[in-house]
Design a protein around this ligand. Structure first.
Ligand SMILES: Nc1ncnc2c1ncn2[C@@H]1O[C@H](COP(=O)(O)OP(=O)(O)OP(=O)(O)O)[C@@H](O)[C@H]1O
Ligand SMILES: [Mg+2]
Length: 289
């Protein structure tokens, strides 16, 4: 075979591999189950997450959404089933290892240093990741000072695309609720996640704050990060999601696009069946929009 033919074969092989990688799910859940004694909180749940998707997990209270997120990030160990990230089984890894691989949950507001500015908080988050410079950071070592300018640059960029630049010099304790939540997300972004999991990021926000947060989530996805979202705000979910998974009593009862989910009989039944006025209102609102 001459060289020209070899080159052709190599380039065909490469494009097939590239196309396959593009189509491959970034995260696969296979029969994931979590039992707490007699209660099955997550029951044999399977689905795929495509790269750069915004995928929402919805369902009534107690459906198993937060437990599912804790299983994906190894904050809880699955009783059964497998979780595969980029083709590798991560089910049995520690939470720390899963985060290092790029599957990251948002931090609680309590991990924010309230006396530091927004920018300082994100810089510290970078230092916390790079253990080598953490000690030096507090004692001003030369390595830490070198890292400082790199981390500062990256932090400014993160705050910029999250729309938080205007509060970067504000002390965290003075930040309004919406911005504080945003800062939690910025801190998570310092870990350079490939998948970011957000559990009820819009809870307690007014419509204006929710709009800003929706844009923030879109901004994260546009930077190539896959987003998994648990949220009760149906209007936001329907606007933002590429794909939706519905849980009820731990089981997956439906999956599909926003339009498919809104018209799914089983889903409507699951929400209306609970006879909780607030949930019914949320659901009807989302359909009327
Ligand atoms: N650590 C635990 N030990 C025992 N039971 C638990 C534990 N964590 C969750 N559960 C139970 O598992 C079920 C699912 O809880 P989970 O918090 O995952 O629901 P959720 O869908 O996130 O609900 P919500 O919308 O109210 O946040 C519930 O019945 C809950 O009481
Ligand atoms: Mg929850």
């Amino acid at each position: 075979m001459d060289c020209w033919a070899c080159d052709c074969l190599v380039s065909i092989f490469r494009s097939v591999l590239a196309a396959e990688a593009e189509c491959m799910a970034i995260l696969e859940l296979r029969g994931v189950t979590k039992r707490f004694g007699g209660l099955v909180a997550v029951d044999n749940v399977s689905f795929d997450v495509e790269p750069r998707q915004i995928l929402s997990v919805i369902g009534p209270n107690g459906a198993g959404k937060s437990t599912l997120f804790k299983l994906i990030t190894s904050f809880l160990q699955a009783s059964d089933g497998n979780i595969v990230f980029k083709g590798r089984d991560i089910t049995k890894l520690s939470a720390h290892m899963v985060a290092r691989k790029g599957v990251v949950r948002t931090f609680q507001e309590t991990t924010i240093f309230r006396e530091m500015t927004t920018l300082q908080n994100v810089i510290v988050a970078h230092h916390l990741r790079s253990k080598a410079s953490l000690f030096g950071f507090f004692f001003g070592s030369p390595t830490a000072r070198k890292d400082e300018s790199r981390f500062r640059e990256s932090s400014i960029e993160i705050l910029e695309y999250l729309g938080l630049s205007n509060v970067q010099n504000e002390v965290a304790r003075n930040l309004p609720h919406g911005y504080l939540r945003g800062l939690g997300i910025a801190i998570a972004m310092a870990a350079e996640p490939e998948i970011l999991l957000l559990d009820e990021p819009f809870a307690g926000m007014n419509p204006e704050e929710t709009n800003a947060a929706v844009e923030m989530v879109r901004g994260i996805r546009d930077r190539g990060v896959t987003v998994l979202l648990v949220e009760h705000d149906m209007r936001a979910v329907m606007r933002i999601s590429d794909y939706i998974i519905v849980l009820n009593f731990g089981r997956k009862i439906a999956e599909g696009s926003a339009a498919e989910i809104q018209n799914n009989e089983q889903v409507i039944e699951a929400y209306l069946g609970r006879e909780e006025d607030e949930l019914m209102m949320e659901w009807q609102w989302s359909i009327l929009q």
